[in-house]
Design a protein around this ligand. Structure first.
Ligand SMILES: [Zn+2]
Length: 306
């Protein structure tokens, strides 16, 4: 299928209380693993190009990988910019064929964040492309953050209402207890805060830093308005684990495909676990449209949850 916009996909997810997995497109193997599993699980999927991927692979190359991968499957695939740094980068992504943008002005003063997000939204909406914005800050582990820092950076529900109204953004990344790049699932989200935001904001909400959040907390968040869950660290860990194992088992192997291929298989299983957890498995029929809600199922290790 050609790439699709994130807007109808996230709105359907919000209506039906599942979340679309947004996985980082860093290299060919990860892109293949993500799209193959989306196809096998009949789930819509978002492939996002991070700032690190732009530095590593280049925006055009990363976008090209995702477009080719999407053309080979019959489930909706979105090409999204993750943490867009400024107006100019968003315009470049529009030109490169992205079907979903993000401007992250969360580190800027509120008024500046509002103004730039609005500017990005105005130009993107002309060509029918939705924009994710961020209010409050999802910090990174590498910042040596304390729990007090995480709480202080959380999204203010009243401000969120004003922000969405003034920016016309299509989805909102909220800070409610997750931290980027956590390698263990230890964080619990502030669900009451999420409910308060949800009461004031009707657009789909986005969870960043999900790799460090307990599964139960993610499910509660999805019940309360999170329609897109970003996953990066868990997939990187899977790729490296597979590569390490292959190198240990095949110390004399000189064909990199035999090594990296094991990593790719490992990424597939990590993606499958997330897609099933988020409830997006089985939501897409054989024609690429949404199934009726009854066909949905969730991860077996958490029991059947409807
Ligand atoms: Zn993020």
């Amino acid at each position: 299928m050609p790439l699709v916009s994130s807007k109808p996909v996230l709105e359907e997810a919000l209506r039906r209380h599942f979340a679309v997995g947004a996985f980082n497109a860093n290299n060919m193997e990860q892109v293949q693993a993500i799209v193959e599993v989306a196809q096998e699980e009949r789930a819509p999927v978002i492939l996002q190009v991070s700032q690190g991927a732009i530095r590593y692979a280049g925006m055009e190359f990363a976008a090209g990988l995702v477009k080719i991968a999407a053309s080979l499957v019959s489930v909706p695939v979105v090409l999204h910019l993750d943490h867009g740094t400024d107006f100019e980068q968003n315009v470049l992504c529009l030109r490169a064929g992205f079907t979903s943008l993000m401007y992250d002005g969360s580190k800027r003063p509120f008024e500046e964040n509002v103004a730039t997000t609005r500017r990005v939204a105005d130009i993107a909406h002309i060509v029918g492309i939705p924009v994710e914005a961020e209010l409050g800050q999802v910090l990174r582990v590498t910042d040596k953050v304390t729990q007090d820092d995480v709480i202080a950076a959380m999204t203010d529900p009243d401000q969120a209402e004003e922000f969405v109204r003034r920016t016309t953004c299509d989805s909102l990344a909220v800070a409610c207890g997750s931290v980027h790049a956590m390698t263990a699932r230890e964080a619990t989200l502030d669900i009451d805060r999420l409910k308060a935001i949800r009461a004031r904001v009707s657009i789909p909400l986005v969870l960043h830093g999900s790799s460090g959040v307990k599964h139960e907390s993610i499910l509660e968040a999805i019940e309360n308005g999170i329609a897109k869950v970003n996953v990066a660290t868990a997939l990187n860990q899977a790729l490296i684990a597979g590569i390490r194992r292959a190198v240990a088992e095949l110390p004399d192997e000189t064909d990199p495909r035999k090594i990296i291929g094991v990593g790719r298989d490992e990424v597939k299983e990590a993606v499958r676990e997330k897609i099933r957890l988020f409830g997006s498995a089985g939501t897409i029929d054989s024609t690429g449209g949404f199934t009726s809600p009854k066909k949905q199922f969730r991860s077996a290790d958490l029991g059947e949850i409807e």
